[in-house]
Design a protein around this ligand. Structure first.
Ligand code: ATP
Ligand code: MG
Length: 719
């Protein structure tokens, strides 16, 4: 057999890992050293050379996108499609198992996944039903508590209150939450993992079946597995299985979600005779970028330690830009992006990274104004929009009438005369009779409600039943199309005049396109609608609209894990933002932030920009910060400071000719520029907008406060 394609373009260490005999293997190596590549080639090697059936492989990746990519690469190496190959995230794989074995898992066949928003709403509702004060028992904290227990594999029955009344209440709420979920057939993300674990733990035959089937387990990003995921892997591996895991202790960034880098050590104990392979050559980044990353991560104490090198070019220096404020930062980034695009590069080859989600808004605004297409990767964008959630709630209720969360969301949307009081009656009926809202609605309509309210409720129930009948034999996109119209949602938002309503209708229509481009997984063995709904909940945002368009990638540093881009901007590099305020005082927290910084830097292949703002308005507050300490951890030799563009000294009230450029460009003024005004005195330019005769600037005057001034009248002098 010709094995060259699979072993081609692998170095010796990579080849050793790919061709290892069937023994537990741990590949532990730095960023860009080819771990993911090794995993792909290993899968192809096992199938093509070792003769393992594709059904015998189970591959775990960190995102659904990575899973799709991995499948594509394996197929490319093998030169043929491979069905029946299980590749997915822990959550996705757990979900698939539960769909197949819902009965053994103690779930209704039509169980639905709820995302963390739905989960939070459910908890709030629960508190209300139990008449518990939600200022004392904060829903988010309860949610965190519940998920943390599940991540450790713990049910309420496993927990003891240790005489602590607070804890006792938390445990009780966890129990009550579980009841509600069980009743409605609802499964949250943490529950997927926990149930899938219990499914195997408590069903010897089933476990034995899967142990026989999956002779080879492949895991990417192993450093970020949490307790329940690791326990699940161990169960599956049993005594005979041969897990092949790759990871990097320096890129462990999900401790806050229960991930434990210690599993790297634990693995070697749990699987005696583990072969450990180290990869040290980096193929991704220039020498400069790599050395900068190495220098930053060297400040961490708890490391396994490794020495990453490259024989590639040194490349250009890392460019640092000190922005005056967040708008100036966005302007700068967008200016450089423009240059990049004008030079004929792909937009998709550029990524803007940020530490916290909220930072994206200003960048998004700038990109929209500059008409540069962009995509927020991994952020809940498309599927998070209210109208999309409405449409999905209809589809969910059609799939499962017992889904209370969806029921509540749409019972009066579009408005159909079902008031808060009627809904409250349903709730108390459901509570008293331990049934779902759907059943409660039917019951109270026939005796407790007045004729008008009863009619409204019955009309809603009939509508859902009718839609369910009508879509039963349609294809997925037709189902969605039928439901968004038949439910009245499209008309409802059409009435909402103006851009907002229009956008909402467009989004609803986009959902039909999403259904059209959705490719059911042949191995999933589910109804397309169920699979689509699960997909919507699981990967909200990941495979979102406009996927075909070439666009700039925006994402948090966390979401960037595993990815690479020729051009990378790391924005918001300020102490307090990155490293995050809450981590600064805690040495472990600070080390995790530094690993995140290492992840960020090592995403860049050729060009890396690091930007920070001296003043930033975020979440409605003004912050004045110092540049991130991580910037100073990059040796000066690798860094070049970018100066703001041209500054001209002509007075601002000089005649202007060009109408084409913005106020700032035209006059050479920049944000942060000091100016003097005849009446208001000295100040600093905060903002500028408009062109030509309409150009205006916002100035923060030392004594007169902040003012917007029209440039052509203001007679400002530059200082
Ligand atoms: P990360 O830690 O960021 O997940 P990784 O270790 O998984 O990185 P890969 O993404 O597999 O690294 O590889 C990084 C880049 O280097 C990819 O573009 C990959 O194609 C390339 N690469 C890896 N090994 C080789 C090789 N032997 N020859 C040429 N290119 C390689
Ligand atoms: Mg990788």
């Amino acid at each position: 057999m010709d094995v060259t394609p699979i072993l081609e373009s692998l170095n010796d260490a990579q080849r050793q890992a790919v061709t290892a005999s069937a023994e537990p293997t741990l590949v532990i190596a730095g960023a860009g050293s080819g771990k993911t590549r090794v995993l792909v080639h290993r899968a192809a090697w096992l199938i093509d050379v070792e003769g393992v059936s594709p059904q015998g492989l189970l591959a775990v990746t960190f995102t659904n996108k990575a899973a799709a990519e991995m499948r594509g690469r394996i197929e490319a190496l093998l030169g043929m499609p491979v069905n029946h190959l299980w590749i997915g995230t822990f959550h996705g794989l757990a979900h698939r198992l539960l769909r197949r074995h819902w009965r053994e898992a103690g779930l209704p066949q039509s169980f639905q996944i709820i995302d963390s928003d739905d989960q939070l709403r459910l908890i709030k509702r629960l508190l209300k039903n139990l008449e518990i004060d939600d200022s004392r028992w904060v829903p988010r904290e309860i949610q965190y508590f519940i998920n943390a227990q599940k991540d450790e594999g713990l049910r309420p029955a496993h927990l003891v209150d240790e005489g602590d009344p607070n804890r006792r209440q938390m445990i009780a709420l966890y129990g009550a939450y579980e009841e509600v979920c069980d009743r409605g057939g609802l499964v949250d993300f943490a529950e997927l993992l926990l149930r899938a674990h219990e499914l195997w733990r408590d069903n010897d035959e089933l476990l034995a079946h899967y142990q026989r089937r999956f002779s080879h387990l492949l895991v990417d990003e192993f450093q970020d597995t949490n307790a329940i995921q690791y326990a699940w892997l161990r169960l599956l591996a049993g005594k005979e299985g041969v897990p092949f895991v790759v990871g990097d202790d320096d890129q462990s960034i999900y401790r806050w979600r229960g991930a434990r880098v210690e599993h790297i050590h634990q693995f070697q104990k749990d699987f005696p005779g583990t072969a450990v392979v180290k990869l040290e050559q980096n193929y991704r980044s220039t020498g400069t970028i790599l050395k900068a990353a190495n220098a930053v991560i060297a400040n961490n104490n708890s490391r396994l330690g490794k020495n990453l090198w490259t024989d590639g070019a040194e490349g250009e220096a890392i460019k640092v830009y000190a922005a005056y404020n967040e708008r100036d930062e966005a302007d700068f980034v967008i200016g450089r992006l423009r240059d990049w695009i004008d030079q004929g590069n792909l937009r998709a080859d550029a990524a803007i990274l940020y530490r916290s989600n909220a930072q994206s808004r200003v960048l998004e605004e700038g990109l929209i104004n500059a008409r540069i297409p962009y995509r927020v990767y991994g952020g809940l964008r498309f599927f998070e929009r209210a109208e999309i959630k409405d449409a999905l709630a209809y589809l969910r209720l059609i799939a499962n009438r017992d889904d209370d969360t969806s029921f509540e969301r749409i019972v009066n949307r579009p408005t159909r005369g079902i008031g808060a009081r009627t809904v409250e009656l349903m709730r108390s009926y459901a509570r008293a009779n331990s049934c779902t809202l759907w059943r409660a609605a039917g019951a109270i309509a026939s005796d407790e409600l007045n004729a008008r309210a009863a009619n409204a409720v019955l009309a809603f129930l009939n509508l859902v039943e009718r839609l369910a009948r009508e879509v039963a034999n349609l294809d997925l996109p037709e189902q969605i199309d039928h439901v968004i119209h038949g439910s009245g949602l499209v008309d409802f938002f059409k009435k909402d005049k103006g851009e907002k309503g229009e956008t909402r209708v467009e989004n609803l229509l986009e959902l039909v396109s999403a259904g059209r481009s959705f490719e059911p997984d042949p191995a999933a063995e589910m109804l397309p609608l169920d699979e689509f709904l699960a997909h919507a909940a699981l990967e909200a945002g990941e495979g979102q609209a406009d996927a075909w368009e070439d666009c700039v990638q925006l994402m948090t540093m966390h979401s960037a894990k595993g990815l690479e881009f020729p051009l990378v901007f790391m924005s918001g590099m300020e102490d307090g933002l990155f490293p995050h305020q809450r981590s600064i005082a805690d040495p472990n927290g600070l080390e995790e932030e530094r690993r995140l910084c290492y992840v960020g830097i090592t995403r860049a292949k050729q060009t890396l920009y690091v930007t920070y703002a001296e003043q930033r308005r975020l979440h409605g507050m003004d912050n004045f910060s110092q540049p991130s300490r991580f910037i100073s951890e990059i040796p000066q030799d690798f860094v070049e400071e970018v100066r703001p563009r041209v500054k001209v000294s002509r007075p601002l009230h000089a005649p202007r000719h060009s109408m084409a450029s913005s106020a700032g460009d035209e006059l050479g003024i920049r944000l942060g520029q000091r100016v003097r005004h005849g009446k208001f005195g000295d100040g600093v330019i905060l903002n500028c907008e408009g062109q030509g005769a309409h150009a205006r600037v916002e100035v923060n005057f030392e004594t007169a406060g902040t003012k917007w001034l029209v440039l052509s009248y203001a007679n400002l002098d530059l200082m």
